[in-house]
Design a protein around this ligand. Structure first.
Ligand code: NAD
Ligand code: ZN
Length: 348
């Protein structure tokens, strides 16, 4: 164990920037990374404000942060394809490679998966981390560290777009223009959608998402989504609806905006159970797909970013230094409608 400075969630409502013992021994198949940029995620913030997410409860001090990019500073034995000095981003979830879920290709839902900043596993708001090389991905020269730290949430969008089985030219609706919804919309466009209607109640978020070609913002405080989708599709409905708000309210009327035989992809995770009319879904033969994180999405996510087809930089609202980490989290708790993604620069 090595003492390192880290942003530690001591318990609900209590953060400190202090030294903590973390494992830094580089084993076979592992690499050591000097962290450069770490994004602040809704889940990190939720552990801070609520102390738990579903069954995951913060019972001991935990380092936060899981959306990360950095530089390799040490290589373990048996690592091929990565070298010291490589700029990389990391998948925060490491499964048991021999588990049944992993062998089926669904390593994200392996019950044994360990995921940064999910109790009891420490996250990466600290200068260095040791990680398996297999979950560490090289960043092309034209993808910045800031963008590298956005591959993690974008991979959720990639997983959602993959699960949606988009056909070229499809029309999609994305409910919720937070970081996840906006990245789902961008992945859906990259996956072949001709247009994506994105909804929210906060106009500044819609304005940010609406800067992208192909994204049509709809403020559901002012406009009726059903009327809007009917107008755009000659009363047929959207091929795919991605629920990315996590609000139970978004489920009211969701079936009406999907076309017959269309698909609803569940991305948002409501904290309370949702009351839902299943029969309305059956009579339209709607397919429901759900998403938990991602599997096998990083390489394609990075390729899209490197190609210039997906530019996530407009979603970065502000960057804080590591010393300002607590300030960054308190800012995230404020939930400003003009903020999409806040990031922390580790070596500033
Ligand atoms: P966020 O809170 O930043 O964004 C949610 C947005 O939805 C906000 O802008 C809010 O104004 C808007 N909203 C609220 N009610 C709405 C409604 N009725 N209709 C349309 N928009 C509405 O959250 P985020 O970080 O973007 O994450 C979105 C959701 O995705 C959360 O529920 C989160 O837990 C979930 N999530 C799921 C996965 C997964 O693997 N399935 C991964 C990451 C996040
Ligand atoms: Zn995240």
């Amino acid at each position: 164990m090595t003492k390192m400075r880290a942003l530690v969630l001591e318990k609900q409502h209590e953060l400190s920037l202090r030294d903590i013992d973390l494992p830094l021994q580089v084993g076979p198949g592992q690499v050591k990374i000097k962290l450069h940029t770490v994004g602040v995620c809704g889940s990190d913030v939720h552990y801070y404000t609520h102390g738990h997410i579903g069954p995951f409860v913060v019972k001991a001090p935990m380092v936060l942060g899981h959306e990360a990019a950095g530089t390799i500073v040490e290589i373990g034995t048996g690592v091929a394809g990565l070298k010291v000095g490589d700029r990389v981003c990391m998948e925060p979830g490491v499964p048991d490679p021999d588990s049944k879920a992993s062998r089926l290709g669904m390593y994200n839902i392996d019950p044994a998966v360990t995921f940064w900043a999910t109790p009891p596993v420490h996250g990466v708001l600290t200068p260095y981390v040791v990680h398996p090389a297999n979950y560490t991905f090289k960043l092309p020269d034209n993808v910045s560290f800031a963008e590298g730290a956005m591959v993690e949430p974008f991979a959720v969008g990639m997983q959602a777009a993959t699960k949606a089985r988009i056909a070229p030219g499809d029309t999609a609706i994305v409910m919720g223009a937070g970081p996840i919804g906006t990245m789902v919309a961008l992945a859906a466009l990259a996956g072949g959608c001709s247009r994506v209607i994105i909804t929210d109640l906060a106009q500044p978020k819609l304005d940010i998402a609406g800067q992208y070609q192909g994204i049509i913002p709809v403020n559901i405080r002012e406009a009726n989504l059903l009327a809007e989708i009917n107008r755009l599709t000659d009363n047929w409905g959207a091929d795919v609806v991605f629920e990315c708000s996590g609000s139970p309210r978004a489920w009211q009327g969701i079936v009406e905006v999907v076309r017959p035989g269309g698909t609803i992809v569940i991305v948002g995770l409501p904290v309370e159970p949702v009351n839902f009319d299943i029969a309305s879904l059956s009579v339209k033969e709607i397919t429901i797909a759900s998403v938990f994180r991602y599997a096998h999405q990083y390489e394609r996510a990075i390729a899209l970013m490197a190609s210039g087809r997906v530019d996530l930089r407009p979603l970065i609202s502000e960057t804080f230094s590591f010393e300002e980490s607590i300030k960054a989290f308190d800012r995230a708790v404020e939930g400003r409608p003009t903020d999409v993604k806040l990031q922390i620069l580790m070596d500033a």
